[in-house]
Ligand binder design. Structure first.
Ligand code: SF4
Ligand code: SF4
Length: 344
């Protein structure tokens, strides 16, 4: 991997060069929250954000999308225009890059999803390093550092960014800037290592994921699930903000008597009371406790069995979004018999 450095005061010039590769989208502040959206000018970008309300996943698996139209005598007409937009997502945190790497495994493996895959090819990622706040436990989930899944990744160190080049496209972006990027010196490498250990020490929250699937296996009847079911509102906010939740609902929209229509999909949540409702009226997870338990078991146990790691990256969004303060790190630590989730 090529590693270079970029003076911080030239970042805006770099951003202007990057525009030739696609629409630049970055985190901006909106009503006291941070959201990824298309920039009208570079000065709107806020690269020092703690976390965005919705993860970058929304670009690859939008909250709602039309998959195709069907018309008499034309058959299926896929909606390709939107899919082929060239976008540069500027300022993606490592945990969100990691989350996309997890979604890659879901949508490029057993479930081949051409919509997701086309967007993944057409949307470039420029990552940015961050420091943890009180809800971050990405280090515990091994997602505080991304080694792939991005085109470029920037680490702010002193008055420059260390830039890791992840793909040929990232290299093209660097080359397009002429001599803007410089080689690293030994002093820069030493600074990077200091910054890396400083970040490690900054984590306040910790969970242990080793043997967690086995603990879940043994704690299926634990009272925690009943207590969570009594507290949870089944609002689904935790799923909606999660960068790795990927359930969606499919619906056909046909006007009675007409001979055409559309098929769309929209985000769904396993917390919703209808999620496990099937034809005939049978609901496999009627109770809230069964649904919240399912969410935890899928992320921390089922996904490990299928893909070799949990489908949680420790971004802390579900903790920030829950209206009744259900905290995933506290739940895990309670099941483990560890009362204090704060790292010592
Ligand atoms: S479960 Fe919560 S902490 Fe884990 S990735 Fe999803 S939103 Fe982030
Ligand atoms: S956000 Fe909280 S209350 Fe809403 S479904 Fe998730 S755990 Fe339940």
């Amino acid at each position: 991997m090529k590693i270079l450095k970029l003076p911080k005061h030239r970042l805006d010039f770099f951003a202007s060069v990057v525009q030739q590769f696609g629409e630049v989208h970055a985190p901006v502040e909106q009503d006291g929250k941070f959201v990824f959206r298309r920039l009208t000018r570079w000065s709107e970008a806020r690269l020092d954000y703690p976390r965005t309300a919705l993860p970058p996943k929304k670009y690859f698996l939008p909250p709602r999308e039309t998959m195709f139209r069907y018309r008499e005598n034309e058959g299926y007409v896929p909606s390709m225009d939107e899919l082929n937009r060239r976008i540069i997502l500027f300022g993606v945190h490592a945990c969100d890059v990691y989350a996309l790497n997890i979604l890659d495994r879901v949508f490029s493996g057993e479930y081949d999803d051409p919509y997701y895959q086309t967007r993944r090819r057409n949307i470039a990622i420029i990552g940015i390093d961050c420091m943890p706040d009180d809800h971050c436990f990405c280090r515990s989930m091994r997602a505080d550092f991304a080694d792939h899944g991005f085109d470029l990744f920037l680490y702010g160190i002193g008055d420059y960014y260390q830039a890791m080049v992840g793909t040929a496209l990232g290299d093209d972006m660097v080359l397009a800037t002429g001599p803007l990027f410089e080689p690293m010196t030994q002093a820069d490498v030493d600074e990077y290592k200091l910054r890396s250990s400083g970040k490690r020490r900054a984590f306040r929250m910790e969970v242990e994921i080793r043997d967690l699937p086995e603990i879940f296996e043994m704690e299926y009847q634990n009272e925690t699930w009943k207590e969570l079911g009594e507290k949870c509102l089944s609002c689904g906010s935790c799923s909606m903000v999660c960068p790795t939740c990927y359930c969606y609902d499919v619906a056909d929209h046909v006007v009675l008597g007409a001979r055409d229509g559309t098929r769309s999909r929209s985000w769904d949540s396993c917390l919703f009371s209808t999620h496990a409702l099937v034809a005939g009226g049978e609901n496999f997870r009627k109770d809230r406790s069964a649904r919240i338990k399912f969410r935890y078991y899928h992320k921390q146990r089922g996904f490990v069995a299928q893909y070799g790691r949990p489908s949680c990256v420790g971004c802390g969004r579900c903790i920030s979004a829950c209206p009744v303060n259900i905290d995933i790190s506290e739940v895990i630590n309670q099941l483990r018999g560890v009362q204090d989730a704060v790292a010592k």
